[in-house]
Design a protein. Structure first.
Length: 193
């Protein structure tokens, strides 16, 4: 069932065909998924998972590769200790502060995309990301290596580039630098460039 989300995730609309005709509905949404690292709901051996590697793999394989290929940020969260929670609360940012930063970044992107059919980085088609809005070649070294090694698909590269643009917007940069592309790659694959 989850895989039915693949088409709207990519196209931003759903097409429903019935005997009476074909209808197309807008379906632009933000998909957030969460899963345990194992079906037993404990995260690792230290916290009590004694399942076999096969059991763990089988559980995670319920999220298909093609669906995950369309998920831009894939972050592994480890359990947080009480002391970490308390320490974090002293440095925590207020939601308003974060929202302001996001707004500024979105305005920056909208400004750049003015006059184009697109409003946000996620709207930009792949061919434009590799042409008119391509980062400098030197910024792409790690991403191209990941592509060559099969750790990143062609679709994945486009998605990394869109996230890199957003990181550049958040940092008030005119174009993604290697740090932006590498961070986007890390957020997607969990592998430091
Ligand atoms: Zn387990």
């Amino acid at each position: 069932m989850l895989d039915a989300l693949r088409q709207p995730l990519e196209a931003g609309h759903v097409t429903i065909a019935r005997s009476g005709g074909v209808a197309r509905y807008p379906a632009r949404f933000l998909l957030v998924m969460a899963a345990n690292q194992c079906g037993c709901a404990t995260s690792n051996a230290a916290s009590g998972c004694t399942c076999s590697p096969l059991t763990r793999r089988r559980y995670l394989s319920r999220l298909s590769g093609p669906l995950l290929d369309r998920v831009d940020l894939q972050v592994r969260m480890d359990p947080v200790s009480r002391s970490e929670l308390l320490a974090d609360s002293r440095h925590i940012e207020h939601t308003h502060t974060v929202a302001e930063r996001v707004l500024v970044a979105r305005l920056r992107a909208a400004d750049r995309l003015a006059g184009s059919p697109w409003r946000t980085n996620s709207d930009i088609p792949g061919r434009e990301l590799r042409d008119r809005w391509a980062p400098a070649r030197t910024a792409l070294v790690a991403a191209e290596r990941a592509l060559d090694a099969g750790r990143l698909s062609a679709r994945g590269l486009d998605r990394v580039l869109r996230v890199a643009w957003t990181l550049a917007d958040l940092a008030d940069r005119d174009r993604p630098v290697a740090d932006d592309v590498d961070e986007a790659l890390y957020l997607r694959t969990g592998v430091a460039a």
